[in-house]
Design a protein around this ligand. Sequence first.
Ligand SMILES: NC(=O)c1ccc[n+]([C@@H]2O[C@H](COP(=O)([O-])OP(=O)(O)OC[C@H]3O[C@@H](n4cnc5c(N)ncnc54)[C@H](O)[C@@H]3O)[C@@H](O)[C@H]2O)c1
Length: 321
Amino acid sequence: MLQVKVHTEEGSTKNFSRSVFLEVLFVIVDFVKVLCYAVPILAMHIFRTFIPPKLKDVSGQTVLITGGGNGLGRALALNFASRGCNVVVVDIDLAAAEQTCAELRRNRVDAYAYRVDVSSYEQVEALAIDLHKNVGPVDILVNNAALVYFDFLHNTSVEMANRTIDINIKSHVWTTKVFLEKMMERKRGHIVAISSMSGMYAFPWAVVYSTSKYAVNGFMAAVTEQLRLQGYGDHIQTTCVCPYYIATRKDIVEFLKKPRFKLLTTEHTARVIIEGILRNEVILAIPPFFDLGVRFMQLFPVKIQQLVRDYIIREYELNSS
Ligand SMILES: NC(=O)c1ccc[n+]([C@@H]2O[C@H](COP(=O)([O-])OP(=O)(O)OC[C@H]3O[C@@H](n4cnc5c(N)ncnc54)[C@H](O)[C@@H]3O)[C@@H](O)[C@H]2O)c1
């Protein structure tokens, strides 16, 4: 009886070792497959860095831009219109949206101004219903609206933190949710998020703002992967844009008294963003070396990252008098 038991244990141990061996073998085979697929993709990526692909033609397409009444949103609207796009300008400030639309029409394109608080799901849903009835489907959705401000966490009011989370994060979820279904039906569309460098590299004087931009990056990564898994990867593109500081508003320029790097201009940033969108770039850092720098820095221990902050970015000087 005892002998039979020992025999059985030996057998099951052998079976177990065989199945572990097979598991490891399968993982090695899968890893080799990944390497075989990755090499040509990487080679193409490097090639495309030096010889970018042709920009896709978007003339006649409908672009919706949230926060298009001012700053970067307005510059994006003007650039899209100069490429022959019809533009829907959505802003909480209707007068500013109408002013942008008046400028857009000089390019002989259709322009529509809507007053919508993009943090409200009900208002965003009503916008989508109205647009589908009166304007037609949206080809490119640009989630640009955000509260941009600098404040340490202990100085940020609960109301401001709530508004930041509602406008900077929830608006992306609401607009994408209401426009995605039509894009899936048409097998055509492009979703763009204007995030920030502070979504890749934490800004100490803008804790809630920076948090909101990390959330936007996570949201865009998840949506991109959902679309790929569901077979829409070749039909619906996504672009997550992470720019450095842009001189859109006087208070931003005044806050950054001694920026280590020159602030970006609004028009230049809008042009670079649109070219990135038209090349179907998934992640677009502006300027591009910042992205590489941040990723490289994150390979090192936090104390070394702090040395980079202290000696290269020199954050303590940015807002000193
Ligand atoms: N300015 C920068 O330094 C900088 C840097 C990186 C990224 N960004 C990002 O670029 C985008 C645009 O920034 P900006 O500097 O042009 O800002 P801005 O303040 O000049 O313009 C924001 C626009 O959004 C609108 N808006 C605000 N709340 C809204 C709401 N609830 N519903 C609808 N519209 C609303 C405003 O009325 C305004 O027209 C933001 O997402 C921002 O985070 C800005």
